[in-house]
Design a protein around this ligand. Structure first.
Ligand code: NAD
Length: 393
């Protein structure tokens, strides 16, 4: 009976087969939703694809977070969405009157879902308005902007979390736990491939191909999942990187940004990561971790849902079975719990900065024809997701 499985018993069980038990236990422990008046109020800034398709629906089903305001440059769209979500008209803000959120006690957290180059400005303005911030990845388009965001959060004494949904996703968590437990033996090699075809006729992709708004192209949009995954899977930080690229400059999509980049990270344990990203290859968000004894294959490993993880030992393949969750609701609930003082900040600004610094090292190496670049600047994550995030809240 899942209710009878104590945490201690779980720890004592062998790793094989614990995923289902852990999931069952977690399901049994799932906490009920808070009453609406106790939920943390979120303002969503930018009402594009992700906000409309995932974030606002996620807030509908969140346990401890709720939508209380929207910020948009399009009044009609904002009014339509606000009406559909039952928000009053005074909960609609434009980019011009955004700073008025300081006087709106309904808003505790501001979720930045804008093109990457706008993250820093809107994060810092929200922090100055006294709000906590959840900011989409990549955190910003430069190391200096990330540092300014972290400094602004410190000055305002407010929380700054980067929206790394995979830190809260059950299959990724289970993979981290199995690797930490030694079930694969010593991890030797990680391979991450994250990319897709970009479509410039889609406004949501047009800015992603424009360096001014996106910073890096495929790397900042998709490759970042691989950069982050190699770090959370191995639970260590790369000390050296080298990278090669292949961008067809006759393809009008790549007038200002890079297309294919392949990199290698060297980790202190000796593990190596081969990463790739592209806006001109068949869509994938996959990774694989080879240990001495077994490997974990995740394909896909970072989709919004339907991720497929398996433990592979020679010819034997065993599915990793964990429950499907709404990753966006989970992540926003986690942020709400951070604000309520009930959960540690697992994905702080420093995590976002580390990825931006590593991506800068990748592009520096690329610019220098694959020259090795040291990334041994001593960063260590504050909190291991595998140690604190339950499979299901
Ligand atoms: P989108 O283009 O669909 O939405 C962006 C919104 O910003 C639009 O509503 C647009 O009107 C608004 N905007 C304001 N100023 C703009 C400008 N100057 N140019 C273009 N748009 C402007 O993009 P999206 O897919 O919703 O992505 C938004 C952010 O979310 C990005 O940072 C992206 O990396 C991130 N994202 C994260 C995930 C995830 O899984 N965590 C998935 C998709 C996107």
């Amino acid at each position: 009976m899942p209710q009878e499985i104590s945490r201690r018993t779980l720890i004592e069980l062998s790793v094989a087969g614990t995923a289902a038990l852990a999931a069952a236990e977690a399901r049994a422990q799932r906490r009920p939703a808070l009453p609406k008046d106790q939920k943390i109020g979120f303002a969503v800034v930018g009402l594009g694809k992700l906000s409309q398709g995932q974030i606002i629906p996620g807030l509908r089903s969140a346990r401890s977070a709720k939508l209380v305001a929207v910020v948009s440059g399009h009044r009609d769209k904002a009014a339509r969405i606000a009406a559909a979500e039952g928000l009053p008209t005074d909960a609609i803000y434009s980019y011009e009157d955004y700073d008025r959120i300081a006087q709106d006690p309904r808003i505790q957290v501001v979720y930045i879902v804008l093109p990457n180059a706008m993250h820093a400005e809107y994060t810092i303005r929200a922090l100055k308005a006294g709000k906590h911030v959840l900011c989409e990845k990549p955190m910003a388009t430069s190391v200096a902007d990330c540092e300014a965001m972290i400094a602004a959060a410190k000055a305002a004494n407010r929380k700054l979390m980067i929206a790394y949904r995979c830190h809260y996703e059950p299959k990724n968590l289970e993979a981290m736990r199995r690797i930490r437990s030694g079930a694969l033996g010593k991890p030797r090699l990680v391979v991450t491939d994250m990319g897709r075809q970009a479509d410039p006729s889609d406004p949501s992709d047009a800015w992603r191909l424009d360096r001014k708004l996106a910073g890096d192209g495929a790397l900042g949009d998709m490759g970042i999942y691989g950069v982050n995954a190699s770090r959370y899977l191995l639970n260590e930080e790369p000390v050296e990187v080298r990278a090669w690229g292949n961008t067809d400059k006759s393809d009008p999509r790549f007038a200002t940004t890079d297309d294919l980049i392949a990199w290698q990270f060297r980790f202190p344990s000796g593990a190596i990561c081969n990463g790739s990203t592209s806006f001109n290859y068949n869509a994938t968000m996959s990774f694989e971790v080879w240990g001495e004894k077994a490997r974990i294959r995740a394909d896909p490993g970072a989709f919004y849902g339907g991720n497929h993880f398996a433990m592979v030992d020679g010819g034997n393949l065993k599915e990793i079975d964990t429950p499907e969750v709404d990753q966006f609701a989970r992540e926003m609930d986690w942020m709400a719990d951070v604000v309520r003082g009930k959960a540690p900040l697992v994905s702080p600004g420093e995590e976002g900065l580390q990825d931006v610094r590593l991506m800068k090292a990748i592009t520096d190496s690329l610019a220098r024809g694959g020259a090795p670049i040291s990334t041994d600047w001593g960063y260590k994550r504050a909190v291991d997701p595998a140690a604190v995030v339950d499979i299901v809240a």
